[in-house]
Design a protein around this ligand. Sequence first.
Ligand code: HAM
Length: 421
Amino acid sequence: MKYRAMRGTRDILPGETRKWQFAEGVFAGVAKRYGCREIRFPIFEATDLFERGIGEMTDIVKKEMYTFHDRKGRSLTLRPEGTASVVRAYLEHSLARRAGVVKLFYMGPMFRYDRPGQGRYRQFHQVGIEFIGSPDPQADVETLEILVGFLKGLGLRNLETRINSLGCPVCRPGYQQSLRDALAGITSSLCEDCIERVERNPLRVLDCKQEKCRLQFGKLPVMLDHLCGECDDHMKRVEEMLGGIRLPYRVDPLLVRGLDYYTRTTYEVHHAGLGSQSALGGGGRYDGLIEQMGGPPTPAVGFSAGLERALLSLDEEGASPDVAENPDVFIAPADETGEREIPGLTHRLRQRFAVERDYRRRNLKSQFKSAADHGARFVIILGEQEVAEGSVAVKDMESGEQAKVPLSAIEEWLEANLASL
Ligand code: HAM
């Protein structure tokens, strides 16, 4: 074969797209019930936006961006995530003026040059939420409610919510120093990436997935023990509220996330059946990002979730929705007269029903086969005799029974019989 989809990308074929539409519909439904409105932003942005937004030292910026130069020599990058773009759009269009808290949702493809594997792609799809403008822990909890509500709305059961706090510019530097000191004692047993991280971004060490590093982490100090009074209160209120709405969670002091903009609350929801790529979604608070991108100090919190992983988990749980796309009715001409009537009748019925037909002028028996292949429950048969009588024959493919229905009343007949299925 001459051409194939690029490694790490995949086609979503017609048999699957219904699942995607279902998932996107569930997400948009939950998001709207929490008062979020949709935002759509470009697939590429200035490279600098992501470097500054996500953090120069993160794996995403250092190793995973699809960066290229356009014909005028500008450095552009395919969006690896949505938060930086949402903040850019929020500032560019002064969205802040229109409402106290701006609550946005988005869905679409993201691009990361990662090693492809189960649940990890180079083009993948996220749904996401950003609440901009509230420092209140209720906003943290509501965004997490949306994430969990979405995943449960898909039908998923084996979910695990993990939360942590990453502190703020008041308490984090002191913690980072004590982490750096502790790491200095074990540097020789860390992987090369971690050795590099110790100086420039010690928190990121805790995100390392290598077994030899993880074995050491039990001995390290954790942010939760170094929170300032305000961050500690914030965390306590988040936990209280999660208890109040009975959302089960586990505090995970090693949950540091792969992007640099987080402050205070961070969270992830994992699925038990997904192996190493088990994070279905993650997010948290990013109170410093908007100011860092040139805006006024503005607190914000949000998350995004990967649709591929959510759908894989549904398959894994055997909970994928029934995604049959059967036509309501199949129309089969019985002869030349029927053929002539077909375009008019299909056009008329398609104003209300999903109508399938055969385009090959074949005999009735072959057309019934084709109707069965399409999963049509009813077949309308139309020939010289029916046209003369002003009626059609409707065959029920399940019972094999055939009814004669006046042509003028066919919509009502279909309406009534489809509704009773
Ligand atoms: P993230 O944790 O980098 O966060 O990505 C969120 C989710 O996207 C992951 O939990 C995972 O399900 C999915 N995902 C990430 N990379 C891949 C990949 N290579 N293949 C398949 N799925 C993937 C963010 O992107 C932040 N912008 C979330 C956020 C929003 N924080 C605040 N607001």
